[in-house]
Write a protein that binds this ligand. Structure first.
Ligand code: ADP
Length: 521
């Protein structure tokens, strides 16, 4: 392993791995994540310059293991957060139960059921399926490797931390006890269960809104519905415009394109009809996802957060069904915002090298569904599609046409960077020598996510110094005030050296050129 990095870097890595695990052991998952992310980046940076294949392999394995541990820590945070969520799940339960109770009938039967959609429901267009003759661009599902504990000075603490993290990983897998194993259909008896019977008392506790019409997604696997509810349907986002630094133009455009039509549906008709879809374009980490969540919060809409990874990797062959169900569900919970992150990978150019039969079907289904989203007809039943991409030039032309409004989300300017620093550091003690203006200048060319990383790293420096050399027991005994020391200007300088900007000038030029050709202002 000594083939890469200076001895200082190696001891930094060793120390940070130890800190990450100890913090995870102490239940300080946020801080643990920062250490994990930092050390993974450090390994990644060094691994590229490692000339020795065997040493390189070892580092790659270590990075992989740490990534799994980080994922487990994040899973714990997710589980904890989900335990705090409120009863918004009532709607989810009803949706799922209703499906269960009805059994998986024929899709068209359900579409024709006037009790569900009423007599006005337009027929669904059938998808044209082009021939299969291309290579797949859909990544196979990665096997999850078992985390391995690299050697460290504090073996005992590491072992305990490791056991905790592994246990949390296992707990997370058990977190959805009702979910059948991947690829398996739900057991038939669960479908036949009468409403309110299966699941016992808990089911009776589900709040039922009087205005809710039962939704009947017959013809879908229970797995698909669960996937949507667990990974895609998001509630209680609580992200407001004010949580997003800068981006004044983008906020104004989104307000006009998405928020106002939801508020004043009767005005946005005819020539003023809302856009079929809105595309946010820009470098990674500039706040596109945050903006989408703010749109949903400001509009009070149900938010479906779709990433192409969820759509394609887990559900090969069924992804188009998932797209259909997604839009069904969005209509059911309308007004809704369907946010499709990395929409380019769901809808790459037709006929491109990487296009695969199943991805074509997904694409066709998405286009069909978007054509069906004629939100202007039914105020209050709006479904708005909001896409985001870091690679707009890869987007299929047919989809680009449907994403009529295209908004650029640039790197933050000086004012945006300063605002972001204020947001990131609002709960952090700063030493008197810290000038946010000066730091905003130093961060020129950094994305919002880069700035966030710099702040997180800088904010951890004092704590790192304080716990350096202490074992888990000693760390546990520390008073919280002892580690919550002010962050200094030098801490930012050190953090800045560790986190480099992630967007190059060439990339920026490419975005600007694309926006000149296809963008809206
Ligand atoms: P994108 O979707 O453009 O890749 P995200 O919205 O996922 O970027 O941003 C990643 C993280 O970076 C966010 O969680 C947030 O912490 C930070 N961030 C980026 N831009 C901003 C911004 N303008 N205001 C506040 N936070 C931001």
């Amino acid at each position: 392993m000594s083939a890469i990095g200076s001895s200082k870097e190696l001891s930094d890595i060793d120390r940070d791995v130890q800190s990450a695990r100890e913090l995870a052991l102490l239940g300080q998952y946020e801080q643990a994540s920062v250490f994990y992310e930092g050390v993974i980046k450090l390994i990644q940076k060094n691994v590229q310059s490692c000339p020795e294949p065997r040493a390189r392999d070892k580092w790659l394995t270590m990075r992989q293991n740490l990534t799994v541990e980080l994922q487990n820590v994040k899973n714990i945070v997710r589980i904890l957060e989900s335990m705090h969520m409120d009863g918004g799940k009532g709607g989810n339960r009803r949706f799922e139960e209703y499906h269960e109770d009805r059994g998986a009938g024929d899709y068209d039967d359900y579409r024709n059921d006037p009790d569900v959609f009423g007599p006005q429901q337009p027929p669904f267009a059938r998808v044209q399926r082009p021939p299969a003759n291309r290579r797949s661009n859909i990544p196979a599902e990665k096997p999850v490797s078992k985390p391995v504990v690299p050697k460290s000075n504090n073996a005992a603490a590491n072992r305990v931390a490791q056991a905790r993290i592994n246990a949390a990983g296992a707990a997370n897998q058990k977190a959805s006890p009702n979910q059948p194993a991947k690829g398996k259909a739900a057991p038939p008896e669960s479908k036949a269960a009468p409403q309110g019977a299966a699941g016992g008392k808990d089911r009776d506790k589900v709040p039922v809104k009087a205005e809710d019409k039962p939704f009947e997604p017959s013809g879908y696997d229970k797995d698909l519905i669960e996937l949507l509810q667990r990974d895609i349907l998001m509630r209680n986002l609580n992200i407001h415009w004010s949580d997003i630094a800068g981006n004044a133009d983008a906020k104004r455009l989104l307000d006009e394109a998405v928020v106002l039509p939801m508020w004043m549906p009767n005005f946005f008709t005819g020539i003023r009809r809302p856009w079929k879809g809105v595309l946010m374009v820009g470098p990674p980490g500039t706040g596109k996802t945050l903006l989408a969540k703010a749109v949903a919060t400001e509009c009070g809409t149900t938010f479906f957060n779709v990433s192409s990874a969820t759509m394609t990797s887990k559900w090969r062959g069924e992804s188009e069904k998932l797209v259909r169900l997604l839009f069904e569900m969005a209509r059911y919970y309308a007004p809704s915002t369907i946010f499709i992150d990395e929409i380019d990978s769901l809808c790459s150019k037709r006929g491109s090298e990487s296009e695969h039969e199943s991805s074509r079907r997904v694409k066709s289904e998405l286009l069909t569904q978007m054509d069906g989203v004629d939100s202007g007809n039914e105020p209050g039943k709006m479904v708005m599609v909001l896409g985001a991409t870091n690679f707009p030039w890869d987007i299929d032309e047919a989809l680009r046409r449907r994403l009529e409004k295209r908004i650029y989300i640039p790197l933050p300017d000086k004012e945006g960077r300063r605002q972001l620093l204020e947001i990131c550091l609002k709960d952090i003690k700063l030493a008197p020598d810290v000038s946010l203006d000066a730091i905003a200048d130093m961060l020129d060319g950094y994305s919002g996510a880069d700035i966030n990383n710099v702040c997180r790293d800088a904010a951890m420096m004092a704590m790192r110094r304080r716990i350096s050399g202490l074992n888990a027991e000693e760390i546990k005994r520390l008073d919280p005030e002892e580690v919550d020391l002010p962050t200094t200007h030098e801490d930012f300088q050190i953090a800045l050296k560790k986190v480099s900007r992630s967007v190059s000038n060439d990339d920026l030029k490419r975005y600007e050129d694309w926006m000149k050709e296809y963008g809206s202002t």
